[in-house]
Design a protein around this ligand. Sequence first.
Ligand SMILES: *Cc1c(COP(=O)(O)O)cnc(C)c1O
Length: 217
Amino acid sequence: MGLENIKGRIAAAVAAAGRPQGDVRLIAVSKVQPPDRVEAVLNAGHRVFGENYVQEAAGKWPGWREVYSGTEVHMIGPLQTNKLKLALDLFDAIHTLDRPSLAQKLARQVQARGSCPQLFVQVNIGDEPQKAGVLPDDTDNFIRDCESLDLPVFGLMCIPPEDQRPRPYFAAMRVIAERNGLAGLSMGMSADFEDAIAEGATHVRVGSAIFGARDYS
Ligand SMILES: *Cc1c(COP(=O)(O)O)cnc(C)c1O
């Protein structure tokens, strides 16, 4: 289990960036991992997790939440509108608010419930045609549209292009967050969370470096 190692590396990256300790939250990405690995991390005291699939999370987290108090589960995968109600029952935060149709349906649900998860707008920071997220040029307008729907946007999230140095993309995210007055930046995964912290990440999403490789077979 790599939890302590990753926590140490985060603390070092936070210090190197001259940021206060506690500035960066570690989301342990538990998608597809066997239950015993997740329980080991829960038993080590960690309480913040990320999941990509609504159905998978629905099968795991209600039970663990009863045993491990204070557990937070963040949705970091693509969200279909037909799973939105279930997602709102399950998640404390949604990192993948990525399109107007989702914002509109979410706004209606949030009104009906009187509560809203913490929201991050996903930005397609590399302008990649196959990737989800709002294009960088559209992000300011999208944030304003969310706010006019009474959706409080807490921050931005991205997955930078795979085949390039991520740091310039993280820097570009910071610029968009700052000009929109947003406090949250969800960026950085197992391979690049230190670069993300150097550029201001407040939430890093680390899976395989904590739990080991995912077995999709
Ligand atoms: C799976 C996933 C992660 C974790 O990836 P690792 O490389 O295992 O750390 C982080 N963010 C998102 C959006 C993911 O889908």
